[in-house]
Design a protein around this ligand. Sequence first.
Ligand SMILES: NC(=O)c1ccc[n+]([C@@H]2O[C@H](COP(=O)([O-])OP(=O)(O)OC[C@H]3O[C@@H](n4cnc5c(N)ncnc54)[C@H](OP(=O)(O)O)[C@@H]3O)[C@@H](O)[C@H]2O)c1
Length: 355
Amino acid sequence: MEFQQYVSIIGAGPAGFALAADLLSHGKNVLLYSHPTHVRHANSVREKGRLKACGVMEGFANIPITTDMAEVVAFSQVIFLTVPSTGQDTILQEMKEYDLSQHILIAVPGNLLSLIKDANMEVGNILETNLSPYSCRMDEGQLLVLGRKKRIMIAAVRNHDLDPSFYDAVQDLFPGVRLRWCSSVVEVCLSNINGVFHPLMMLMNAGRIESTGGDFLLYRDGLTPAVANAMLGVDKVRMDIGAALGLCLQSTIEVSNECYDQSFTSLVTLAQKSPPHNRLRAPSDFGNRNISEDVPDLLVPWCGLAEVLGIDASPLAAVIVLAEMTTGESFMETGEESEEVAAGCGFEEGAGRTV
Ligand SMILES: NC(=O)c1ccc[n+]([C@@H]2O[C@H](COP(=O)([O-])OP(=O)(O)OC[C@H]3O[C@@H](n4cnc5c(N)ncnc54)[C@H](OP(=O)(O)O)[C@@H]3O)[C@@H](O)[C@H]2O)c1
């Protein structure tokens, strides 16, 4: 893979706009795609004439925006995907009619896109990260970047015999972030610590979210010792899965500390003192990706893997069931298929490891 000066970005939300502005300021040419039925942020930016960024990224950016997938595919061989994993199917459906055999798709985050949805797609390669490089929000065409990560994890689904220049060329597409290359997309997905933070913070603050319409700080006010204890229970299962797969996963607080170059020793202190976290407002309701993305696309596949590996998955199952009862959604049914994930790890249901 050569160093790329042209980069396509699919997903016109805060994460996509932050990446586009960052790459533009580092001399790349970018094209941002907004799905025709998801244009609210794109329209706001167009109305204002340019993107205004504030917080840890300050300034204005003129970001070319399209709703035409043909332009995205023609613009660059590198395509970032920054829609929530719940939107990946819609986007992949749009991409199906194009020849992507020379393209690299980088899903930020991946949430096992390549194991679950790669089957019918011939893409040159698919890379997945565990997190977005930016902690950010958007309102009326203005981007607020609360934090930039120093380190995120990444893996390529086809990771054999990659030329060393490939790693350098990918690193060049992540300004200011050091990539930690993982052994597989499964290790990357298990390192998406939003699965530990978000669903429990939402569910254990459900009354507060609904009675205040989200008028409180989600981490600072919502991640108290009892919530942290529940998170540690979920985190233990996540790390047990990693250990059973031969992976030495970091704890959630270690991943977060490494991301932001911090050194917190407890989740509660992190929630109170970490600038990228302690100013984040709670969502106004439960129709939010903290549940709709992180339960079906993180907790469900983790739970499936734990069960295949003979690990007590009850803390994960408890959170999933509570999310189902709270929202009326059947996340277990809509979630990522555990058999495909297990097969991707070299396991078959009810059997030992096969590779
Ligand atoms: N923002 C952060 O601080 C942050 C931090 C860590 C990880 N992430 C992850 O990064 C990803 C993107 O984050 P974000 O904050 O930019 O997300 P977002 O605003 O919720 O979504 C990004 C864009 O995708 C669109 N979209 C949603 N569902 C879609 C669908 N079915 N088909 C086509 N487009 C769809 C959204 O449209 P609508 O506006 O209409 O919904 C929006 O334009 C998510 O996976 C998120 O979990 C974000």
